[in-house]
Design a protein around this ligand. Structure first.
Ligand code: URA
Length: 187
C-alpha cells in the first residue's frame, strides 16, 4: 500500500466520534520517505479547514524553527498528528480517540519508515514515549524503540505562550540534526 492509498482510506475513517464534526481529516504532509517524522497533537481550526497539519500560528513558528536548522516540510521531513481529526473547541483528544487513531499513525510509520521520530509536545510524547513524560524535564532526550530513535521537543503553542522556551526548542532541533547526521542521514 502507498501513502496516498492510506491517506484516501483514512479520509473515510469513522472509527470515533470526531468524524462527525470534522471538515477534513488531516493525514500529514511532507517528504513521503522522510528520515525525520514529526508528530503533533491534533488539528486545530485552520488545519481542519485546510486539511494540512500546522498551518496556523503554531505552524508558522514550527516552520520557522525547522528552517533555522535546515529542515522543511517541502524538503526533508514529514509532519503528522496523533489524531487525524479536530477535537471540538480544541479540547485535548480523549484517550480512546488517540488509541483508535494510533492505527493510522502506525501504518504511516510502516510506509514512511522514519529513522527519527520527533514528538512535538506532551500529547504525542506521552503516547509514544512514556505516559509520565514531562516535556519540560525530558525534552531533547533520545530513546530507541523498535529500531527507531524517538525524542520530544516543545510544542510551538508552548513557545507562543512563553517565548523563554524558544532557545531550548531550537537547541533540541539542532541536536536532532546532529543525531541525523551521525546516522548518515543527508539533510
Ligand atoms: N497543533 C498540533 O499539534 N497539530 C496541528 O496540526 C496544529 C496545531
Amino acid at each position: 500500500m502507498t501513502l496516498d492509498q492510506l491517506e484516501s482510506e483514512c479520509s473515510r475513517c469513522t472509527k470515533c466520534e470526531l468524524c462527525h464534526s470534522r471538515t477534513n481529516t488531516v493525514f500529514g504532509v511532507g517528504k513521503k520517505d522522510a528520515d525525520i517524522m514529526l508528530i503533533g497533537e491534533a488539528p486545530g481550526e485552520n488545519e481542519d479547514i485546510m486539511g494540512q497539519p500546522f498551518v496556523g500560528r503554531s505552524g508558522k513558528l514550527l516552520d520557522q524553527l525547522l528552517e533555522e536548522v535546515g529542515l522543511s516540510r517541502s524538503k526533508n521531513v514529514y509532519i503528522a498528528n496523533m489524531c487525524k481529526c479536530r477535537p471540538p473547541k480544541n479540547r485535548d483528544p480523549k484517550p480512546a480517540e488517540t488509541a483508535q487513531c494510533l492505527e493510522w499513525l502506525n501504518r504511516q510509520f510502516q510506509i514512511i519508515d522514519p529513522k527519527i521520530i520527533v514528538c512535538v509536545g506532551r500529547i504525542s510524547a506521552q503516547k509514544l514515549i512514556s505516559p509520565s513524560f514531562k516535556v519540560t524535564r525530558q525534552h531533547g532526550e533520545f530513546i530507541e524503540k523498535e529500531g527507531r530513535l524517538i525524542t520530544a521537543t516543545y510544542h510551538p503553542a508552548a513557545i507562543l505562550r512563553n517565548i523563554n522556551n524558544k532557545p531550548m526548542a531550537l537547541a533540541d532541533w539542532q541536536a536532532i540534526c546532529k543525531k541525523a547526521r551521525e546516522l548518515g542521514i543527508e539533510l
